[in-house]
Design a protein around this ligand. Structure first.
Ligand code: EPU
Length: 417
């Protein structure tokens, strides 16, 4: 199993290009199931979740090719399975994103239930209730969810909580339903807005993406399109946290500052110097990092996907800070690993109190999920001595060439196979 060996401490300095957003690419790829014409996607990151989604789509009858750095997805003729098997879903929960498109286009889908994962229980009840509101019949059997509808009909649905992939599934299904669909309490993440742009480019009619209410006029058919995926705000944000943490000076290229606003606002409060110009964000770390409390929340709140990395930063702040995780119920697994590196963290349910600053010292640590891995890598860069981050396959699910990007910024990181 691959692992990272990091020799620290290093100060991150230089410029780094943001990759395309994994969490925008995954629904965009699933949207290829909605038409019979090719979909051309630019800036899709080369990470493992994208390969997994590619394999799932291949299984469902969509072939893929790389042309001039773009991903071309071409649906083949009918007669393909409508089923997402357990082997694929268990490695990537986002496989559930094929549910809406398959149902809308083929009238039927069977998708393995994802089950819990390292960060929480993560049910999909809202995806299913939403599809039911559009007239689907839903049944659960043998660990699979099966949805059917001869014709989806526009309807009204209010999500019990904003769910990102749930909103995306409903947007895709409603785009091919007969009539108008009104969705309330939608997720408002930039990835939702990007998906709406793509679907509208395919001929859909979606209004209100980025707001709580979306109105979708169903279309009889959608066509192919070309689309450039937005920058990955979580990947980019990880390097900007690293810059703050190591008192470094990092310029992130190709990123959208508005999408990163909740983080940039916070880093400024921590004392970082932030310069925003079109297409680039420069962050210079302060000599003394000010502690700030944090509560994760759906967009436009502070993203849960940056909580672990922010906790690494708070271990270096001058004083006590408290982090509350409100989106997932079990997303502090990085805390004990940070403590093995010398951090002083007290976890109590969904709250963690971090007593800084404590010098970190290199250790062998274990990654438990994608963002926890990124947190441990940042800690390793800031720590004195040698850190080994094991189970880097979690990181490879969502960070494109992280060791190369960190090397370019001056860190001593190597991948051991
Ligand atoms: N929830 C339900 N019922 C549902 C759907 C969600 O109870 O039917 C709950 C979840 O259990 C969770 C909360 O609602 O407590 C929000 O979950 P959400 O559905 O928004 O998460 P998701 O769509 O499964 C996406 C990202 C995650 C990111 C979350 C929150 C993708 C492919 N995944 O997951 O990304 O953490 O939104 O922003 O977009 C990551 O990239 O590391 C990652 C985990």
């Amino acid at each position: 199993m691959d692992r990272f060996r990091i020799l620290g401490p290093s100060r991150l300095a230089g410029s780094v290009e943001a990759s395309g957003a994994k969490n925008a690419s995954l629904p965009a790829m699933a949207a290829s199931l909605l038409s019979d014409e090719p979909l051309v996607l630019g800036r899709v990151p080369r990470v493992r979740d994208i390969t997994t989604m590619g394999r799932l789509l291949e299984h469902l009858g969509v072939s893929r090719a790389h042309e001039d750095g773009r991903l071309v997805l071409t649906p083949r003729d009918n007669g393909n399975p409508d089923e997402a098997p357990y082997e694929l879903v268990k490695t990537m929960r986002a496989s559930v994103l094929v549910l809406g498109p398959l149902l809308a286009r083929r009238g039927h889908a069977r998708v393995s239930l994802p089950g819990g994962c390292a960060i929480g229980v993560r049910p999909i009840d809202q995806h299913l209730a939403g599809l039911e509101a559009l007239g689907a019949e839903v049944s659960l059997e043998h660990g699979y969810v099966e949805v059917r509808a001869r014709h989806l009909l526009g309807g009204r649905f209010r999500f019990a909580m904003p769910t990102v992939t749930g909103t995306e599934n409903l947007m895709m299904a409603a785009s091919l339903a007969r009539g108008t669909t009104v969705l309330d309490n939608c997720a408002r993440e930039p990835e939702i807005v990007d998906l709406a742009r793509l679907l509208n480019g395919m001929g859909a009619s979606i209004e209100g993406a980025g707001d709580e209410r979306m109105v979708i006029e169903g279309r009889e058919r959608l066509h192919g399109a070309e689309h450039r995926i937005i920058a990955d705000r979580i990947e980019g944000g990880t390097y900007l946290i690293g810059a703050t943490m190591t008192r470094g000076d990092v310029t992130l290229l190709g990123a959208e500052a508005a999408d990163l606003a909740p983080l940039l606002h916070r880093l400024a409060e921590n004392g970082a110097d932030i310069e925003i110009s079109p297409d680039r964000i420069r962050v210079r770390g302060p000599s003394e990092i000010r502690p700030r409390d944090l509560q994760t929340a759906p967009h436009p709140g502070f993203p849960t996907d940056l909580q672990a990395q922010y906790m690494a930063l708070m271990t270096q702040a001058q004083g006590v800070s408290e982090i509350s995780e409100t989106v997932f119920e079990n997303r502090f697994q990085h805390a004990p690993e940070l403590m093995r590196m010398g951090a002083d963290i007290r976890v109590d349910g969904g709250r963690a109190q971090i007593h800084g600053p404590n010098p970190l010292s290199g250790a062998q640590v274990m990654a438990t999920d994608l963002r926890a891995s990124a947190c441990l890598v940042l800690a390793g860069v800031a720590a004195r001595g040698e850190t080994e981050v094991l189970r880097i396959y979690h990181l490879d699910r969502g960070y494109e060439g992280m060791e190369l990007k960190l090397q370019k910024l001056g860190a001593h990181v190597e991948r051991l196979r």
